[in-house]
Design a protein around this ligand. Structure first.
Ligand code: C5P
Length: 227
């Protein structure tokens, strides 16, 4: 056993609600929550800021290694992410950063750097970690693995609802197209593509409200009878 509990790995496609669900699960079981997508986004943001090419694996690896990464305690179960002392938040959800993060996530050197950092962050356990390759690559030894899925249409509808709820413009067709492209990019890449680990529990949330998904994962956790 790990000193602080188990590792709960949640993988799945973009926009499926891994972060929302993961944070709720973490709060219920008293664990930390880590979004690995935010780490890719942080490096992508820094690359855009400093003009490092999104194609140059060696330069991006050098950039990642030269940065001072820190994960100070945040308001809820999720730590903040800070680079060279600057806490990044809203910057990370910009559209340009989404695209850039998906582009750099194809590169083997970048992925290796991220894997090392993510393993380090979760090794002591007591953590819910979400991403695309947590159960297959970062923590193949995770004690509980969940693959969260939903149809692209359901994910697009939810995203439209979210954006409208924030008073932002939202075009369903455009969002659906973006989701389908990101799915293809995440599942089609050569290095650590998005896929369900053989021993992951598959949860389809297309018809399932969020609370039920959270209940299902907490139920799986409790059935392991670990704390
Ligand atoms: O989950 P999120 O949309 O924030 O992730 C940003 C990008 O980082 C995704 O498009 C995906 O390509 C990449 N990613 C990844 N592996 C992870 C987490 C995210 O390749 N474990």
């Amino acid at each position: 056993m790990r000193p602080d509990g188990i590792v709960i790995a949640i993988d799945g496609p973009a926009g499926v609600g891994k972060s929302t669900v993961g944070k709720l699960v973490a709060a219920r079981v008293g664990y930390r929550f880590i979004s690995t997508g935010k780490m890719y986004r942080a490096l992508a943001w820094q690359a855009l800021e400093t003009g490092v090419s999104l194609e140059d694996d060696a330069a991006l690896d050098g950039l990642a290694r030269a940065l001072r990464w820190a994960f100070p305690k945040g308001a809820g179960p999720e730590a903040d992410i800070s680079l060279n002392g600057r806490v990044l938040a809203l910057e990370l959800s910009e559209e340009s950063v989404s695209r850039a993060s998906s582009a750099i996530a194809r590169l083997a050197g970048v992925r290796l750097f991220m894997k090392d950092m993510q393993r380090q962050a979760g090794l002591s356990g007591g953590v819910v970690m979400e991403g695309r390759d947590i159960g297959t690559n970062v923590f193949p030894d995770a004690e509980l693995k969940v693959y969260l899925d939903a149809s692209p249409e359901a994910r697009a509808r939810r995203r439209v609802g979210q954006l409208k709820g924030q008073g932002m413009p939202a075009d369903y067709a455009e969002i659906l197209d973006f989701i389908i492209k990101r799915d293809a990019q995440d599942s089609g890449r050569a290095v650590n593509p998005l896929r369900k680990a053989d021993d992951a529990h598959y949860l389809d949330s297309t018809e399932l409200p969020r609370e039920k998904v959270v209940d299902a994962i907490v139920g799986l956790f409790e059935s392991l009878s670990v704390k």
